[in-house]
Design a protein around this ligand. Sequence first.
Ligand code: IVH
Length: 672
Amino acid sequence: MDKKIARYKELIALIEKYNQDYYVNNISDIDDYEYDQLYKELTKLEEDYPEIIISTSPTQRVGDVDDNLVTSDKKIEHQIRMYSLENSYSRDDIIEFIDKVKKVVNATVKNIEFVIEPKIDGMAISIRYSDGVLVEAATRGNGVIGEDILDNIKSLGVLPATIKDRNEIIIRGEAYMPISTFNKLNIEREAEGETLFANPRNAAAGSLKLLDSSKVASRGLKLFLYSIDLGRKNSNHFDDLKYLAELGFPVNENIFKFSETDDIMDAIFEIEKIRDDLDDTLNNKLDYELDGAVVKVNDYAIRDELGHTSKYPRFAISYKYKSESATTKLLSVTFQVGRTGAITPVAELESVQLSGSVIARATLHNNDEIKRLGVKIGDTVIIEKGGEVIPKIISVDRSVENIESREIEIPTVCPVCGEALANDISGVKGYCVNRLCPAIVQGGITHFASRDAMDIKGFGVRIVEQFLEHNIIKDISDIYHLDRKAILKLEGFQTQSVDNLLEAIEQSKSQPFHRVLYGIGIKNIGRTATKLIVKQFGDIDTIMKATEDDISAIYGIGIGSASILVNFFKDDINMKIVDRLRSSGLKFEKETDLLNKTALDKSFVITGKLSQGREYFKDLIESYGARVSSSVSKNTDYLLAGDDAGSKLKKALELGVKVIDENELSTILAGS
Ligand code: IVH
């Protein structure tokens, strides 16, 4: 026990030191993940040995040391407490969160919606409008009492002074400093001999609390509002966010709404991708820091049922993008031509271990990034990997001498087809505009056949290359008009392998519309976006008729992507390919019109080896309006089990959930 108490005290001391460093001294020696591990260890000790808890433990206080920064003595008591969020780091954590939510919620509510939004790395604020006028603005403080920052917030000029809603309304959000503003500010501060801000978050916090409001304006802070806490207009969060935007408040545009774990995870990674997108041609490059995503229960009634712990709401969780780093040497740079023609510099590295895998390549994103890093061949570089993204070079370790020190040469012609390169709008990346460039053609076809798109088994990069080389295909529409005899003449193909491939291609015709649309490979339109577009418009003809405004009205799709989509269908060559795919019998409309057909109100879980991939069955089941979850619970109606089913089968049997095979699935779906 003595040992436990000693560790307990040590943990408290460590956490307090890191809090002090982070909030007061603007330094941070450990990352969020390590911090949370310490915090979790502390909570666990307190759970196991409640007798040792002391009232000054960080777990017993809502506030953070934020209070130490107090500059004004005008305090504001929050009418509604401001909570913080529990952190999570993995898919399993999210599954656990969703399961907990489902457990608490009345079993009749089966399809719980979650909203997934970026977690902005700034400072929390609370604002109040009364009779349509901005009357109060406060920091979070300790969650119960905050500081008055009304004058400072007003001086930013980013909030409407009056709104048409006359009710008492409390809105919360995050104040942040754009990265570009932060960089400029630090340059100025350096010139003035002032201490530099460690990061945009600290700069935002420091600026908001300046005593002289006129100075605040020059700091260029911005806001995103993310919740209505009093005076709600709708019965759910998502609609209230739209309402906030309507009232003229800045609301983040990358906000998604999904029910299924897979979709929620996709949205989380999509936000991470958006964050990492340094090379977007349409200025989608984010100028603010986000350090994770927040997953929130959408429905307010369900939220009320869930309630709060002493520190966190039970209806929301933050997912932190974890990044680990390693040091290695830059050997050379290859310029890769992507399926959209964008040229991406890729660093060829001396192999190194990172997050459990061996890394030999990392992205350098674009030409500006090479300049920004000032990186040369032979440099020792620090690479980082977070979530699902490919590793990237984050900095050069200048303490190690570079004997080779050779400049990286930026190509002016396409490294594959030799055509002169065009610049993208932002000028940071070269583009090959030759649509016949072998790299673009090959990338496009491989993408079409890939697992996330048409999922044509066995049709990988090598075969695509071989088919292109022998003129068996020229574009994706040729895939459905292959000449069996011609393939048989190729090296490595026997009757059986050709038949398998042709069968896989035939089967792909039943892939749902959103996969076809994603497979066609429209620049900037990712998996999540295609799903949203299909959900909104239903079929290809309606999509083609949609205007930029119609498309960008979908939450989560920006005007840039909308314009690309509209232009895509104006192009004759694209239209020819689409028409040919259509006449080959591919799906160009949503499977089941749920308005005309009653949805199958059942919940499925899929496990074991089946005749097709799980995604196939998931799409099929969902097309009937039924739900697919990733874990078996008492709310599961059917477990679709293939060969070698393991723990899910066991659990289903324990809970008395009906176990079915593929044939039974067909019967159930047909009967719906
Ligand atoms: S919701 C009831 N949504 O993260 C919890 N918070 O770690 C209210 N944050 O104090 C928070 N972006 O300052 C929410 N989209 C978002 C957010 C967000 C950033 C901050 C917020 C909060 C902190 C919790």
